[in-house]
Design a protein around this ligand. Structure first.
Ligand code: BEZ
Ligand code: FE
Length: 289
């Protein structure tokens, strides 16, 4: 094209792609460039604003290392991570939700009914339920990984005062697909605000807070793996999660007034539970692979 204009630029860009371009790559680039050029025209983007955008990307690269990825965080706070997750998730099973950056491999395996409270302070809670397939069949031998913040809102890999695997465990479901554990209620926390994402949240008057949550990965033969998180129904940040991870079926009630004597025999830490412990009942429904 000898005379590139705002009107023909998008078509010109698309015409440069070779005939043997992978069809999916062509589809994605066509739509991306259509939206990108359309967006620039829509808002009448100025040089200064364009430069600011590039500065944001540069600063994101500079603050990113092997533990902290600002690009993932940008994707999270723009709702991109959640949208990709939602449009790729089947219906009829437990909703998936963001993995987040704090999962680590190698958490110790505990039995069904095992304890994660250890020396942790905070509201004690019994979490129990079943893993089922979409036909309602219990899934025995499913592997559940769980991780969460301590009462101070920090994960073990953010806090030198916690042991490496504090408040992290894995468990194989027993007969009837049962899982159960004792833990402490996780605390809400803020996504990192010391980089470009913090500036964006601040500039738009947005909360950096995430509602408190328990993270889970559930895997089982022949079933689709589930990465999800579950939230207490009384958390103050449920409606303003900075990364858009809340789904109605992932909100659970921390019930009070449960009688210790009514707990199943497999609850290992039954005797050390305070009388005002909370109780959470939550089933995971996995889709066929
Ligand atoms: C988390 O749940 O741990 C998390 C998710 C997205 C961004 C930051 C943290
Ligand atoms: Fe988290």
């Amino acid at each position: 094209m000898r005379n590139v204009t705002p009107e023909n630029l998008t078509e010109t860009f698309l015409s440069y792609a070779g005939a043997d371009t992978d069809p999916r790559l062509r589809e994605i680039l066509t739509s991306l460039v259509n939206h990108l050029h359309g967006f620039i025209k829509d808002v009448g983007l100025t040089h200064e604003e364009w430069r600011k955008g590039l500065e944001v990307l540069t600063a994101s690269g500079e603050i990113t290392d092997h533990e902290r990825n600002e690009f993932v965080l940008i994707s999270d706070v723009l709702g991109v991570s959640s949208l990709v997750d939602m449009i790729n998730s089947p219906e009829g099973c437990t909703s998936s939700s963001v993995l987040g950056p704090f999962h680590i491999l190698g958490a110790p395996e505990i039995p069904v009914g095992g304890d994660m409270i250890g020396d942790n302070e905070g509201e004690q809670v019994v979490v129990e339920g079943r893993v089922l397939d979409t036909d309602g069949n219990p899934v025995e031998g499913a592997v559940i990984e769980i991780w969460q913040t301590a009462d101070n809102g920090l994960y073990s890999n953010q806090d030198e005062a916690q042991g490496e695997y504090n408040l992290r465990a894995s468990m194989k479901t027993g007969a009837n697909g049962r899982y159960a554990l004792t833990t402490v209620r996780p605390a809400p926390y803020m996504v990192p605000t010391d980089g470009p994402v913090g500036e964006m949240l601040d500039g738009t008057g947005r909360d950096a807070w995430r509602p408190s949550h328990l993270h889970f990965i559930v895997t089982a033969d022949g079933l689709r793996s589930l990465v999800t998180e579950v939230f207490p129904s009384d958390d103050p940040y449920l409606d303003t999660d900075a990364v858009f991870g809340v789904r109605e079926d992932l909100v659970m009630v921390y019930e009070k007034g449960h009688n210790k004597a009514d707990l199943a025999d497999d609850i290992v830490a039954k005797d050390k539970l305070a009388d005002d412990f909370s109780h959470v009942d939550f089933d995971f429904i996995l889709h066929k692979a």
